[in-house]
Ligand binder design. Structure first.
Ligand code: NI
Length: 140
């Protein structure tokens, strides 16, 4: 019998953003995004939850190499976004810096790079009350 386990690891970074799209006039931006459209931006203490799934290795009992995962996420996500303004990141040239889009950008960075196992889910806590989740549906 195949045993599937999910392992979740948390990472943190602080970043600024402004919810705004050039596709809409300024007054509509203000209406849609409210105070999050403030021209000076605002910041969040983000927590990223990276879930890797797979069968534990028969010898080590581990689904993935946590140290290698830490190096990957620290290098590709934390160091890239920590203490930056997300709107200035190339990934958001055409994308609003919503939690939805940020979760997807993080997924895209990690999906083909996890050390062992398969990326199952990226969770993103933005505020006490906001949590976003991105996962791909595997082709059936
Ligand atoms: Ni915000």
């Amino acid at each position: 019998m195949k045993e599937i386990i999910r392992v979740t690891r948390q990472y943190r970074f602080c970043a600024a953003h402004r919810l705004h799209t050039d596709a809409l006039p300024d007054d509509v931006n203000r209406k849609v995004f409210g105070k999050c459209n403030n021209p000076n931006g605002h910041g969040h203490n983000y927590t990223v939850f990276v879930t890797v799934t797979g069968e534990p290795d028969a010898v080590t009992g581990e689904v993935t190499d946590i140290e290698a995962l830490d190096r990957l996420v620290t290098g590709k996500i934390v160091e890239r976004f920590d203490h930056r303004h997300l709107n200035h990141d190339p990934a958001f040239r055409q994308l609003v810096t919503t939690g939805e889009n940020l979760a997807r950008v993080i997924w895209d960075e990690l999906v083909n790079a996890v050390p062992a196992g398969r990326l199952d889910k990226v969770g993103l806590r933005e505020t006490r009350d906001n949590y976003f989740e991105y996962r791909d549906t595997p082709p059936s």
